[in-house]
Design a protein around this ligand. Sequence first.
Ligand SMILES: [Zn+2]
Length: 338
Amino acid sequence: MQNEQTEELRRYAEEAAAKAASGKELYAAKTDVQAKLKAFMSGMRDLPKEERPAFGKTVNELKEKIEALFAAREEELRQKELEARYAAEQVDVTMPGRKRVQGSLHPVTLVKNQLIDIFAGMGFEIFEGPETETEYYNFTALNTPADHPSRDMQDTFYLGGDLLLRTQTSAGQIRVMQNKKPPIKVLSPGRVFRPDDDATHSPMFHQMEGLVVDKGITLCDLKGMLAEFAAKMFTSDTKVRLRPSYFPFTEPSVEVDLSCFVCGGKGCRLCKGTGWIEVLGSGMVNRRVLENCGVDPDEYTGFAFGMGLERIAMLKYGVNNIKNFYDNDVRFLTQFKD
Ligand SMILES: [Zn+2]
């Protein structure tokens, strides 16, 4: 009687395990079989004492068999699931790859990063001033009072009241000198605004301004530093030429020309046959500007230089219209790689 029941339960468990098609179904089947086994075991109470040990042994053997059965089936199902997953995740390495379009930095950003690299190597810190300035920082403190004719050269967009869009990154010089004691060595890149609009001018463009203030700084320091910059930015034999000029915030002021890096000075279309290319404006910081910032001009001297990033990019990459930089035409933009 007991043997029959044991056999029946074993077969029941075997079928239930075989029928389960997933780990979840197998778990349900096992729970069901275990409940049945428990009910069978409870029959031991009704047996005479001397038959109980034999019954217990039978039940234990059955329990072990059932457990082994389910463990084997579980392993089998696990293998099957794994195989199915491998089949689904198979990669055909002979298939052509999908090409990802990689973006590139804007040419003005490339030039800006190169300049920052060059000047940071000479010990310059970066300072970015605000694009919205007051008349004081943009003009007055830079030695350009309200009736000064050079305000016309750099007329700007007035925002009402005392505020305007800065015409030059030089405005940042004042902020730096007001907040930092010399020695000062800062580089200020950023957007500036002027109402000019033609093939080489845009109402918005980018400038990079450099300022050095310390004891005993002379024009020679400026020229030496510019030679280093020219060699790194263009070619190693690029020469620097200073021409007298005028800016209200520097005295003396100079225009800086570089020997043409296309023809090497012989004369070509880029340099209009002169062998030289005008690249930036510069000069020794005007005494009045130093005084305006609380720096003693008898103790300290300094120089400042400013260049248009679009101008540098146009020269370096041979771009002839500044508008190309703002059209966002990917055919133009993807030509520039680091
Ligand atoms: Zn040339």
